[in-house]
Ligand binder design. Structure first.
Ligand code: DGJ
Length: 336
């Protein structure tokens, strides 16, 4: 009888836990299913076959100032790209380092002495491959390139192919956007971060085509995050102030390679002029028919980068294609 009661209680407890409110606490410590802090910075989320995959920079636990560099160049050794999986966007299982650093070759792009930032993964239906693009840089950010890796499985191991500068152009902060027609775009800060480039990728997503558009020349925007709602494209970006927060801005367009119109700061409320201490990295499309989108930001801790936090907030839609993002100390995914 005792065993039966215990079993019954356990079943009820598990039931309550899985149906209970799945709370998000922006800016607070977020642990994985093993109670370790999630280590996936500058990340993005891919939804594939009923599972969400969160990829991000796997940071080493010591932060130091890059020697001989005059600006605020704090860094950690690059630990590759981490992957976490989840069914509900709340409880994340560590799947390991999906793109492992190359410890053996100091000349490699993915040696720990290099910079690996803002990895994003999309799935290519035609080739059946998961394709990862990332910002690859030297310790002082002078290489300004982008790297490509592929895998047969979403959790890796990703095979690193190479880095490149698109048609010789610098490429730093970046994202990927895959449209409903299967076309994919690499969006990156170019020309000393002064201009954003939106670059159509080849059908296998492994190369740039000759089709691109330069947007906001001279405006110095970085940290791009793109999503689509109905027939409109939205892009959230930050200004350029290193690891320190600044004011976000969003822009809208009728097509990826069309005219982008700046719409101002989407953040509202206290600390909105500093993006609540965060910087954009991705927007998760959860349920587009019901306007459910989550904006992801990194709250960098430049003196202890592994202890940077994540700020996830719902995107709210208004008339005339305007959006707002409001601070919340906590919110429930059930109410999204
Ligand atoms: C701002 C970028 O958005 C980050 O990804 C990182 O590259 C820092 N600059 C480095 O200072």
């Amino acid at each position: 009888m005792k065993t039966f009661n215990f079993l019954l209680l356990s079943i009820v407890a598990i039931g309550l836990y899985s149906c209970g409110p799945k709370m998000i606490y922006p800016g607070e410590v977020w642990t994985d299913t093993e109670q370790n802090m999630i280590n996936a910075h500058g990340g993005g989320v891919l939804y594939h076959n009923g599972t969400y995959y969160w990829y991000g920079e796997y940071k080493n636990d010591s932060t130091y100032h890059a020697p001989g560099v005059e600006w605020d160049c704090y860094r950690t050794e690059a630990g590759g790209v981490a992957c976490y999986s989840s069914k509900d966007l709340h409880s994340w299982k560590f799947e390991g380092v999906a793109l492992k650093p190359d410890m053996a070759n100091p000349e490699s792009d993915i040696h720990p002495s290099m910079v690996i930032e803002r990895p994003k993964v999309i799935y290519n239906e035609k080739t059946g491959k998961f394709v990862m693009w990332m910002h690859i840089d030297s310790y002082n950010y002078s290489k300004a390139a982008t790297g490509v890796a592929v895998s047969d499985s979403p959790t890796g191991g990703f095979k690193y192919l190479h880095s490149l500068r698109p048609y010789g152009e610098e490429s730093r902060d970046m994202t990927l956007f895959k449209d409903g027609d299967g076309k994919a775009y690499h969006v990156y800060s170019a020309k000393g971060n002064s201009t954003l480039y939106i670059h159509l990728l080849s059908d296998d997503y492994l190369e740039h085509t000759e089709t691109y558009k330069a947007v906001f020349p001279g405006k110095f925007r970085e940290a791009p995050a793109i999503f689509k709602r109905q027939d409109k494209y939205y892009m959230i970006t930050s200004g350029c102030s290193g690891w320190d927060p600044n004011e976000a801005e969003y822009a809208i367009a009728d097509s990826m390679l069309g005219e982008w119109t700046a719409m101002g700061n989407p953040c509202v409320g206290e600390n909105a002029d500093r993006t609540f201490g965060g910087q954009s990295t991705h927007v998760i499309t959860v349920d587009p028919e019901n306007d459910k989108y989550i904006a992801m930001f990194d709250k960098w801790n430049k003196l202890d980068l592994i202890n940077s936090r994540y700020i996830w907030l719902p995107v709210q839609f208004h008339s005339a294609d305007s959006i707002t993002i409001e601070w919340k100390d906590e919110w429930s995914l059930n109410d999204l």
